[in-house]
Ligand binder design. Sequence first.
Ligand code: ZN
Length: 345
Amino acid sequence: MKAVRMHGYGGVEQLFFEDAEQPTLSEPSEVIVKLKAASINHIDIWNRMGATGINVPMPHTLGADGAGVVVEVGARSGSVKVGDAVCLYPPTGCGHCEFCITDQDFMCVYLRVLGERMEGTYAEYVKLPAQNCFPIPQGYSFEEAAAFPLVFITLWRMLITNAQLRPGESLLIIGIDGGVASASLQLAKKVGARVLVTSGSDEKLERAKKLGADHGINHSKTDFAKVVSDLTDGGGVDVVLDCVGGEVWRKSLRSLARGGRLVTCGATAGGQPTDDIAAIVSKQLKIYGSTLGSREEFRQLIAFVSASKIKPIIDSVFPLRDGAVAQRYVEEAKQFGKVVLRIPD
Ligand SMILES: [Zn+2]
């Protein structure tokens, strides 16, 4: 089969579109999926750079997100059948620790994620546990079905399970460009929240407004915390989504109302920000870190996006062979929404 594989840690020059061995079943609980689409996530880039500290045998196939058709099933694949059109739930655990037996594999110390410790989706075929295959949300194309799992499950857990964002509350999204940010905007508007977004690009702010953002703040021209204060009559917002960190972190804390919640799933501008403990203490703030979510949350999410007709925003689609080009495009933050790889038949 064809795959985009990395041959070492480093830049995109480590990625090669080449022939790779097709996966075969080794456990009765596994299935093989013929992929139709995959999508690019920042985690793929961190894995490629070796920034996650995980060592995998080379060459290695990246890609946590994918969608396709089941072509082979093991003897214990449950309700998953050959011919099913599926999207993929990325993480899997050891199967018997306190987290795995309560459907919280994503907290297992032996966590394995597609494209990370497992061979990923930048390929024509992928092998994974049957229980990680879910029906594609209603009305989704394969490209849309490959664009939503990692991003949407992460923000579903952050905003709905953890921060418990409610109708009428306000949400500030820092840096409206990545897949997580644009998906959060869509989800928060469906919940009925007032949404403020920041970006260094007026063009991206305009696009966010077309998607329903109530206010756009250009953070390269103004102090966004000051603008947030003005827009909320000095009260601050109920929830901030900050996956940027670095210099921005203190301003995010400053933007929160008393009893506010900050949620984060990463730090693209630096993971060691200066904190403001006084603000956390005096304003009774809550900070939730999260990545991924449970299968039950994934089921809730699929039901929610099917009923509310939310679809992931797709910025662009590249053919599989251009996996390296697509990763560079994401690294340069050129996108608004998700970047997808189309996998030919
Ligand atoms: Zn476990």
